[in-house]
Design a protein around this ligand. Structure first.
Ligand SMILES: Cc1ncc(C[n+]2csc(CCOP(=O)(O)OP(=O)(O)O)c2C)c(N)n1
Ligand SMILES: [Mg+2]
Length: 305
């Protein structure tokens, strides 16, 4: 189905093997539409690589390189250097992407190196908040309270006990000229941010929030709705950091946030939080943290940080 207002050309062909309602597959459609035909894509190991290239088939209609789990950013650095040496770096977009496990954890050293060197490419994380391809293990992007196979909820355990890593600010500390948070629930916003990231010279980054019905135990038919709800509740605020300055897109009014409960209760990974003896404490805990995080972003934006 076409995505209203975006280019019709598709670069990930249908017939790939993603699960029903896979948010990452939608993320890739947005990334490739924004990159366009004069692009070279580099991808880490993860769901999207597995569903798109079962040997000898491929769903990619653009030049696409699969490296290892940890190194798409290093490969992108090399491609960018080669294009520069040939004098064609302004003609071809270099876009690296990986899942959250690759980006937040295993490949972070490589990404940090490329960003510190100021290499010219865009890195996009399709963030489905766990190592999904290998069986739903917790990553640095898995949120507090989510049950995964390596942070299982049980009689005593509430699932993952650590908060999600703040990858955007980690990379902001590298003085990247453009970083953004986006969600597949707002495709036009995501598309524009990816374009902006690609058009900005230097290492740029977009964290693209992408529903995973299999790992989150959510309704596949509601993937886009859920990705919207994440934003409306403030769990995933949409913002940019442009040359070091925060710009918050939405939500902008803490008093008008939808309750996080609405977002949590439709996902099996949070079901245990709704046990009567835990519910009030845990959900309030998450609610307060969401408000604090948004308040901080709004304060940065207001004070010119
Ligand atoms: C160095 C290394 N460690 C572990 C693996 C096994 N592995 C392959 S894909 C994957 C999970 C990927 O998770 P993520 O990056 O979040 O992408 P997703 O599967 O969620 O799309 C793991 C653990 C590997 N290929 N290489
Ligand atoms: Mg993942």
């Amino acid at each position: 189905m076409a995505i209203a207002g975006l280019p019709e050309e598709e670069y990930l062909s249908c017939g790939h093997r993603a699960c029903a309602g896979c948010g990452a597959a939608t993320a890739i459609r947005l990334i490739t539409k924004a990159a366009g035909k004069n692009s070279i894509l580099v991808e880490s190991t993860g769901c999207i690589e597995v569903i798109s290239t079962p040997y000898p088939e491929t769903a990619w209609k653009l030049p696409w390189i699969h490296g290892a789990f940890e190194n798409p950013s290093s490969i992108a650095s090399g491609i960018s250097a080669a294009l520069k040496a040939k004098g064609i770096e302004d003609e071809i977009n270099v876009v690296a992407f990986g899942g959250d496990g690759s980006t937040y954890d295993i490949g972070l050293g490589h990404i940090s190196g490329a960003f510190e060197r100021g290499d010219n490419f865009t890195y996009i994380c399709y963030d489905n908040e766990a190592y999904m391809n290998t069986g739903i293990q917790r990553s640095g992007a898995t949120p507090y309270g989510a049950s995964t196979t390596t942070s299982p909820a049980g009689r005593e355990s509430i699932g993952k006990v650590e908060w999600k890593k703040d990858i955007i600010h980690i990379l902001a500390a590298h003085k990247s000229p453009y970083l953004a948070s986006a969600s597949i629930g707002y495709p036009t916003d995501a598309f524009k941010k990816i374009r902006k990231a690609i058009e900005t010279k230097g290492p740029t980054f977009v964290n693209l929030f992408a529903t995973c019905p299999t790992g989150w135990r959510s309704d596949p038919a509601k993937s886009i709705e859920l990705a919207k709800l994440a934003v409306e509740t403030g769990v995933v605020p949409l913002y940019e950091i442009i040359n070091g300055k925060h710009v918050v897109g939405m939500p902008r009014d803490i008093s008008k946030l939808k309750p996080v409960e609405e977002y949590l209760k439709v996902q099996g990974r949070y079901r245990h939080l709704f046990r009567p003896e835990k519910k009030e404490m845990e959900i309030n805990f998450i609610q307060e943290r969401v408000k604090e995080n948004l308040a901080l972003l709004l304060e940065y934006a207001e004070t010119g940080h």
